[in-house]
Design a protein around this ligand. Structure first.
Ligand code: ADP
Length: 168
C-alpha cells in the first residue's frame, strides 16, 4: 500500500515544453516550502509538443541543478493518482495572470473532488516572469526573436536547433 499523502511532499506538474525561467523561479521557491518537490512532466496530452518527454526531462535535468530536494519524473493518467502513488499531499501550480485562474480553479476543484486529501497550492509568478509562457517562447523563437534571459541558456540552444529542424 502507498503511504498516506504527506503535505511535506509536493508535485509540480506541467508540460515544460520547454522549461522557462518562470518555471525555474517556481521550482526554486517551491523547493523551500517542502521536504521533497517532484517536478513531473505530463505524458498524455493533446497539445502538439515541440520536445519529446525525454527531451523535456533532459532540459529539466540540465537546468534544475543545485536543489538537493528536487526530483524529476514523468507521469501518465490522473495527476492525483500519481501524487497518491508518490505519497504527495500537495500539488504546486503557478498563477501568472487572471487568465490562468479559471482553468487552474477548475482543475484544483476537480482534483480535490477526486482525492480530498491532496491540496493544490498556488504561488504567484515572480513579477519579472509573469508574462513568460512556454507557448510564447516557442512562438518568438520560431519567428527568429531572442529568448535570452527568458529561458535557461541550455534551452535557448535547443530551441534554436529545433527551429532549424522544423523549418527544413
Ligand atoms: P501546463 O500545460 O500544465 O499549463 P506548463 O508547463 O505550461 O504546463 O505550466 C506548468 C505550471 O507552471 C502551471 O501551473 C503554470 O501556471 C505554471 N507556470 C508556467 N509559466 C510560469 C511562469 N512564467 N511563472 C510562474 N508559473 C508558471
Amino acid at each position: 500500500m502507498a503511504a498516506p499523502p504527506s503535505s511535506r511532499i509536493a508535485i509540480y506538474p506541467g508540460s515544460f515544453d520547454p522549461i522557462t525561467n518562470g518555471h525555474l523561479d517556481l521550482i526554486s521557491r517551491g523547493s523551500r516550502m517542502v521536504e521533497r518537490l517532484i517536478v513531473a512532466v505530463l505524458r498524455n496530452q493533446s497539445k502538439q509538443p515541440w520536445f519529446t518527454v525525454e527531451e523535456r526531462l533532459q532540459m529539466l535535468a540540465e537546468t534544475v541543478t543545485g536543489y538537493a530536494n528536487v526530483e524529476l519524473a514523468a507521469f501518465d493518467g490522473l495527476l492525483v493518482d500519481f501524487a497518491q502513488a508518490r505519497g504527495a499531499g500537495m500539488i504546486l501550480r503557478g498563477i501568472r495572470a487572471v487568465s490562468d485562474y479559471e482553468l487552474e480553479w477548475q482543475m484544483a476543484l476537480m482534483n480535490r473532488r477526486l482525492r480530498p486529501g491532496i491540496e493544490t497550492v498556488f504561488l504567484m509568478a515572480g513579477e519579472e516572469y509573469s508574462f513568460i509562457s512556454s507557448h510564447l517562447v516557442k512562438e518568438v523563437a520560431a519567428l527568429g526573436g531572442s529568448v535570452a534571459g527568458i529561458v535557461p541558456r541550455a534551452v535557448e540552444e535547443r530551441l534554436k536547433r529545433r527551429v532549424a529542424e522544423r523549418s527544413r
